[in-house]
Design a protein around this ligand. Structure first.
Ligand SMILES: C[S@@+](CC[C@H](N)C(=O)[O-])C[C@H]1O[C@@H](n2cnc3c(N)ncnc32)[C@H](O)[C@@H]1O
Length: 261
């Protein structure tokens, strides 16, 4: 089991990572995956943002991009929906600076468990691979407060790694050390419970199960890029359809809606 790093260590590690990677995707995706496979994960994220989240938000919506990084996801939002008011929040100062410069959006350097916003401030929240860094003792309170920032009918799109798959990987590679910035993941049951928070409903969910199961083959095909690309093209539509296998997915998404009560 990965020991949870102290908050200040985690923040320092993210600042180092931001300083060394700048606005390279690998800074906010998997450092040990080839670019071609990180590109698949990137498309998985941006597809959920465009198809499942942005398409349902009204004109002029106010959206919080939590754990915004340098703006990989923010770019997708501003390109597709320039009429959205985007607010970035991240505890790594260099990433906040990059986000502000790239997108011209209001950006706040703060901790996800102590957000300086009033309840009901946002029509939408995007939290892509960030809630996984909250310690087990903070998670439920911090996520409850985060969802409290949504207005009635507001939407939150969450994407996080699966704890089951991370545990399986550590069994398959005993002795491997998970990096501090690797995060802890959520079990499927814990993730589903987030959608059972009072006043919240699950509006959609899914993952990348066929990509996950094919990872050993995809890695082996890294020296034959044409074959790897062909396999990735086959997997994409399957991953979109096979959402009930989300338990076996390296990462999962969940769309939540605040009920109009
Ligand atoms: C894996 S990166 C994802 C960045 C961005 N969401 C994306 O998908 O491109 C995680 C981001 O969350 C930020 N982060 C991690 N823990 C945080 C916390 N407790 N409070 C605020 N930001 C945090 C990191 O600085 C980093 O920018």
């Amino acid at each position: 089991m990965n020991k949870q790093p102290r908050f200040s260590d985690l923040r320092n590690r993210w600042e180092e990572r931001a300083n060394s990677s700048g606005n390279a995707k690998v800074g906010v995706l998997y450092r040990n995956l080839p670019d071609s496979l990180n590109e698949y994960v990137h498309r998985f994220h941006t597809d959920q943002v465009s198809r499942n989240f942005l398409a349902r938000l009204p004109h002029g919506a106010r959206v919080l991009d939590l754990g915004c990084g340098y703006g990989r996801i923010g770019e997708t939002v501003t390109r597709a929906r320039p009429n959205i008011e985007l607010v970035g929040a991240d505890f790594a100062f260099p990433y906040c600076e990059l986000y502000r410069q790239a997108l011209g959006a209001r950006t706040i350097c703060c901790e996800a468990a102590a957000l300086p916003f009033a309840p009901g401030s946002f029509d939408g929240i995007i939290a892509i691979t960030v809630l996984m860094y909250l310690g087990p003792e903070q998670r439920s309170k911090a996520i409850g407060e985060l969802l409290g920032l949504l207005r009635p009918n507001g939407l939150a799109l969450l994407i996080d790694p699966s704890q089951e798959v991370l545990n399986l990987m550590s069994h398959l590679r005993p002795g491997s050390v998970r990096s501090t910035t690797g995060g802890a993941g959520f079990s499927a049951a814990e993730y589903r419970r987030i959608g059972e928070t009072g006043g919240i409903a699950i509006a959609g969910y899914g993952g990348i199960p066929t990509f996950t199961l094919s990872l050993p083959l995809l890695l082996a095909l890294n020296c034959t890029p044409r074959l790897q690309r062909a396999l990735l093209r086959l997997l994409e539509p399957l991953d979109t359809r096979l959402r009930r296998f989300w338990k076996f997915s390296l990462q999962r998404w969940m769309l939540l809606r605040r009920e109009n009560t």
